[in-house]
Design a protein around this ligand. Structure first.
Ligand code: SF4
Length: 842
């Protein structure tokens, strides 16, 4: 056996067979160079009809492994037919017994085909001067940096490397990675995944770049945008929701009817396809959810929107996803212990991460948890509607059993009736208890630290000795642990009921299947809540745990909201293990990966440091823009430092004066909303009188604000957060970017504090090695909003004098492209900016 299946693969296979109750399974075995199966993934359980789908998941060199529960390993006729079909696509076929002790080799695995290495000449022929792209694109510009990047990406594919590529604004980096990725996928028949942080970039890739490359290059490749499950309508859940008239009130009931009509016609079934978005609470009831999916047992499986999308993905050469979906996929692979099997995405081992500077934040968010009263209410209110006690999963189950069981099965009905009634009352008690316990926890913590919870930011405290060594902390912990036991006990009762449903007559059991799926999901979600609570009270040294207590909206009134939160101190180990050590190729790219020319910060934070250095390559490409001619960086040397007396007034005055110097558009970028509102409120009336359109973040959606901004010449946008990056406003519409403060993150954020302390405890300097680099990357993004094309000109004004007065300020400035910079007293500086605008563009 050990000659064909590695010990780990044998264990995985045994577990898979056990999980399937000893029934037939079909597994995919990945082989190493010696054709030894090293990893195993379940493809189908007990169903030979699934074989066509299996074929799509296999690559040449793989082996499909099938068990014969009876122990007779002689291949049956259907086995031989499957083996024949697999053999045609160079896939082997083994049969094993349920104990995975004996193995019958029906078809030996085929050695994987030799890799077709990418040739730089092919890339030049596509995107170089005179290439296919230049012929198809009237605005084509020769960009040597783009070619260099494309060749570096090709090299990373050829040599199975991890490449860090920083490509300055204007490099044309999306084509620089798409072209080698497509060539690789086409020549090697191996799927490549491209992951981005923002929907904007995904839309650009799927709506513009990839269709363009299909037309321009004539290469035959398929691509697919893979969205998260909750973006798709679940036909089964839609059926359940409509089977319960009165579940929703007025408007939502109407929206539900509209959704039904749309579901009949929609080809895609995804939320973005809807003519208008339904209420979030309604969509949550009808969208696809992993734990509420009956998969192959669902009667809508063949026509399911999500499954269809997944099948399209399985047939695609190139998949576009977002980082959050990628994290879900990696987490599922980790959970199942099968790191290369297809979790959400079909198997892949070549990945391009664009906007890779977000990787640590996305992974942190993904692995963080938060327990609130709302989380309990969401689950328990599904079991019984809070205002309509005859609605919900348990009352529906009760009705179904009551209506469908024969009169002569009265005893059976009574048994279910009692169980369901008991669960309904216990569910209500659990909900009330969870609300009380969380509220008491919030109040008790507030009392320990001597602070009252308030509206707005409220109270936020990490679980540090000041809290956990207080005498009453034991009470808090005891209460939460008791709540965990109560949740688990309730979830077990729910699971017991689900098991008991097997005693129902088969036909009725079938009818209850959809409800069973939903009930099981509720039980699992409750168990997950209990685990999150345990993680909170357990204070794992690898986690940062904190509590928030804030007065906020609860139902129709106000109440105390307690949030019990955890976040991982480090995501580097999990990224290294799940991503960098598992993938053959990973390309991380962005316009801002480096700090003062070094990749060290990123490598450290995302776990690349621990990866063999021979597998890592780095490339920094500067922007093709001529910043020396196109831009001016200005810093008033005599402005008070942020937080000092007179800073706000100086900001207001300087913004007003500098806005008068050009008729082009301006962004004023803040780091705090309160300062934004103050400066905006004082300046907006004056600017409007001067004929300027004045906008501020929060008054409309980001998309709408950007449209309004770009359309009215000379607009001024006061913004924070999301406008520091991912915004592309070329031309005169944006001629000035005013950076009010260096974008340090709020130092009181618990996870930031905890990480800084962890760095200090390890002997490092958290400010230099963590706080500053984070801010530098954001600062570079803000700077990058200004020059978007070769014909742009503009000014970046920095109103935070620390950039020139503090030692660390040099790191910010050294991280920018070579740009003429001026540090002068305000009056002289304004004069120089006036001269810049007066000078003719050469
Ligand atoms: S297969 Fe899953 S997602 Fe699709 S309709 Fe059925 S339950 Fe919903």
């Amino acid at each position: 056996m050990n000659d064909y299946l590695s010990p780990a693969a044998q264990v995985d296979l045994r577990c898979a067979i056990l999980e399937a109750g000893g029934n037939e399974v079909f597994c995919l075995g990945r082989t190493d160079a010696a054709q030894l199966v090293t990893e195993v993934e379940i493809l189908a359980r007990g169903n030979r009809d699934a074989v066509p789908a299996i074929l799509h998941s296999c690559r040449p060199g793989d082996v499909v492994i099938h068990n014969h529960p009876g122990g007779n390993l002689e291949p049956s006729d259907p086995d031989l037919e499957i083996a024949g079909r697999l053999g045609e696509v160079a896939v082997g076929f083994y049969i094993v017994d349920n104990a995975v002790e004996t193995l019958y080799r029906v078809v030996e695995p085929f050695p994987p085909p030799a890799v077709a290495a990418l040739n730089p000449a092919d890339i030049v022929a596509l995107i170089g001067p005179g290439g296919d792209v230049s012929t198809a694109l009237s605005s084509y510009e020769d960009r040597p940096e783009q070619l260099r990047m494309a060749c570096a990406v090709a090299e990373a594919f050829n040599r199975h490397q991890i490449a860090l590529v920083e490509a300055g604004t204007g490099t044309g980096k999306s084509l620089a990675y798409l072209v080698p990725a497509i060539l690789w996928a086409v020549h090697n028949r191996e799927r490549v995944v491209v992951s981005t942080n923002t929907i904007n970039l995904q839309e650009q890739l799927v709506g513009k770049d990839l269709p363009f490359l299909q037309r321009a290059t004539g290469l035959d490749f398929r691509f697919e945008l893979v969205k998260g499950r909750s973006n798709y309508l679940c036909r089964r859940r839609l059926g359940s929701a409509t089977a319960e008239p009165g579940l929703f009130d007025g408007d939502q009931q109407l929206e539900l009817e509209q959704l039904r009509g749309w579901a009949e016609k929609s080809a895609d079934g995804s939320r973005e396809d809807l003519p208008s978005l339904p209420a979030e609470s309604l969509w949550e009831e009808v969208c696809c959810e992993a734990d509420q999916c009956a998969r192959a047992q669902c009667r809508f499986f063949a026509s399911c929107f999500l499954q269809r999308a997944r099948r399209r993905a399985a047939h695609s050469d190139l998949l576009v996803v977002n980082h959050a979906l990628l994290m879900t996929d990696l987490a599922l692979r980790r959970q199942t212990g099968n790191l290369t099997s297809g979790a959400i995405l079909p198997p892949f081992s070549r990945l391009v991460l664009d906007e890779a500077h977000h990787l640590e934040d996305v992974a942190t968010r993904f692995f963080s948890t938060q327990v609130t009263r709302f989380a309990f209410a969401r689950i328990l209110n599904r079991l019984r509607h809070p205002r309509k006690p005859y609605r919900g999963l348990l009352p529906r189950l009760h009705n179904l059993i009551g209506n469908q069981l024969d009169q002569n099965q009265d005893q059976l009905f009574r048994a279910y009736h009692e169980r369901i009634e008991a669960l309904l009352s216990a569910g209500q008690r659990l909900l009330e208890r969870s609300i009380d316990d969380l509220e008491a926890t919030g109040l008790q913590c507030a009392s320990i630290v001597g602070e009252e919870p308030s509206r707005g930011d409220g109270l936020r405290r990490r679980l540090l000795p000041e809290l956990t060594e207080a005498t009453s902390w034991g009470e808090v912990e005891g209460r939460l642990r008791a709540l965990v036991r109560a949740i688990n006990s309730y979830a077990e009762q729910l699971q017991d009921l689900i098991k008991e449903l097997r005693r129902l007559p088969e036909e009725l059991n079938d009818k209850a299947r959809s409800l069973t799926t939903d009930l099981r999901a509720c039980a699992m979600r409750l168990q997950s809540l209990a685990d999150q609570l345990l993680a909170f009270v357990g204070r794992h040294p690898g986690d940062c745990c904190w509590l928030e207590a804030v007065i906020g909206r609860v139902g129709r009134g106000e109440g105390l909201i307690t949030r019990l939160c955890t976040a991982p101190l480090q995501v580097a180990p999990v990224l290294r293990e799940s991503l960098f050590e598992r993938m053959q190729t990973v390309v991380l790219t962005s316009a801002t990966l480096t700090v003062a020319g070094s990749f060290d910060y990123l490598e450290e934070r995302v776990g690349l440091c621990g990866v063999e250095s021979t597998r890592r390559t780095r490339l920094q490409l500067s922007s093709p823009f001529d910043y020396a001619r196109q831009a001016l960086l200005a810093v008033p040397g005599d402005i008070p430092e942020p937080g000092r007396d007179g800073f706000t007034e100086a900001v207001r005055d300087l913004v007003e004066q500098v806005l008068r110097l050009t008729a082009g558009g301006s962004f004023v970028l803040f780091t705090s909303y309160s300062l934004l509102r103050r400066v905006h409120d004082e300046l907006a009336p004056i600017l409007r009188v001067a004929g300027r359109q004045v906008l501020y973040q929060g008054q409309a959606s980001r998309h709408r604000l950007l449209n309004q901004f770009s359309q009215a010449p000379g607009s001024v946008l006061f913004a924070t957060d999301s406008f520091w990056e991912g915004v592309d406003v070329p031309g005169r519409a944006l001629e000035q970017v005013i950076i009010v403060r260096l974008p340090f993150k709020v130092p009181t954020e618990p996870i930031l504090q905890a990480r800084a302390e962890a760095i200090a405890a390890a002997g490092g300097d958290p400010f230099r090695s963590y706080t500053v680099p984070q801010a530098v990357i954001r600062f570079r993004q803000g700077f990058g909003r200004l020059i978007r094309q070769r014909s742009d000109r503009g000014v970046v004004l920095i109103l935070d004098v620390r950039v020139v007065k503090k030692n660390y300020g040099k790191i910010f400035l050294r991280s920018l492209p070579e740009v003429p910079s001026l540090v002068l007293p305000q009056r002289e500086l304004l004069e120089k900016i006036r001269e810049f605008w007066a000078a003719p563009d050469e």
